[in-house]
Each structure stands twice: as C-alpha cells, then as structure tokens.
Design a protein around this ligand. Structure first.
Ligand code: ZN
Length: 149
C-alpha cells in the first residue's frame, strides 16, 4: 500500500485503517487451554460471536485470548481489547471497559486510550454499537464472573 503524500490522511482514515488492520491480522486470536475463565457472547442481530479466554493472577490479567467470527468491527474490537487489557489489573480493565461503553454512547474519554479511540467512530452507527461492545461485555462478564451469581 502506498500513501499519497499530496493528500493529508484524515483521522477518520487512520481510525478506519486501525480497525481493518486488527480485523485482517487479529492479535491474541487463539485458543488458551490453560485459561480457567471462559465466556461466550454473541450478537444475533449481526451474527457476531466471541469466545473469550482469560487467566488472572494476583488481581491482574496474565493471559487473554479470543476466538470468534463476525463483522470487522466485532472482531477488530476483540483484538484491540485483548491487546489493551493484557497485563492490566482487573480494576483497570473494568474501568477501561466502562470508558469504552460510555464512548459508544457519545461520551469523549477523559483519558488517553490510544488506538481504542478508533472505536469512537462506531458510536455514529447505532446498529454497530453492539458489535463494538461485544468483546467488552464478554470481558466484564469474565472479570465479574464470580460476583452476583
Ligand atoms: Zn457485527
């Protein structure tokens, strides 16, 4: 791919590119036989499916992988999520999940969330919000699994 230098790359283009990159070459998309937490989430409206595998130790996410299928947004979001929360404390991961949820409802994040900002554009397409949030819902469920059941 060549970049046309005469044409400035807009933030929208950059965000689009980040999402497509994660969709084409997802991070952490593999089984995790040693992981003890497993969560399945699906979005029947779009046909998206996410299987999340997670392991934590001492209040920190030590390993997180996913498998799944579906639209580019759902799969890219899952890839970005696993990359973002790997190594985070459970508390920080839950907070990040909440920031993403609020962002999908049009709120601008109060802190720097890096490439995850690419998901912000999804908020403009209400039918896609569930696609983008699927992996984050799975993450929250995986981290809160022991609670309230
Ligand atoms: Zn979808």
């Amino acid at each position: 791919m060549s970049l046309d230098e005469s044409r400035p790359v807009s933030l929208e283009d950059l965000y689009q590119e980040i999402i497509l990159d994660h969709y084409r070459s997802p991070k952490n998309k593999q089984p995790c036989p040693e992981c003890t937490v497993f969560v399945h989430q699906d979005n029947p409206l779009c046909g998206d499916e996410i299987d999340l595998h997670l392991e934590q130790e001492g209040g920190r996410i030590t390993k997180i992988t996913f498998q799944g299928q579906g639209c580019a947004i759902s799969q890219a979001s899952a890839s970005m999520m696993t990359e973002a929360v790997q190594g985070l404390t459970v508390e920080a991961a839950l907070k990040l999940s909440e920031i993403i949820r609020q962002m999908m409802h049009g709120q601008t994040p109060s802190e720097d969330i890096g490439d995850l900002m690419a998901l912000a554009r999804v908020a403009k397409f209400p039918v896609r919000i569930k696609c983008a949030l699927l992996a984050w819902v799975a993450l929250t469920e995986a981290l809160q699994g022991e609670r309230g059941r």
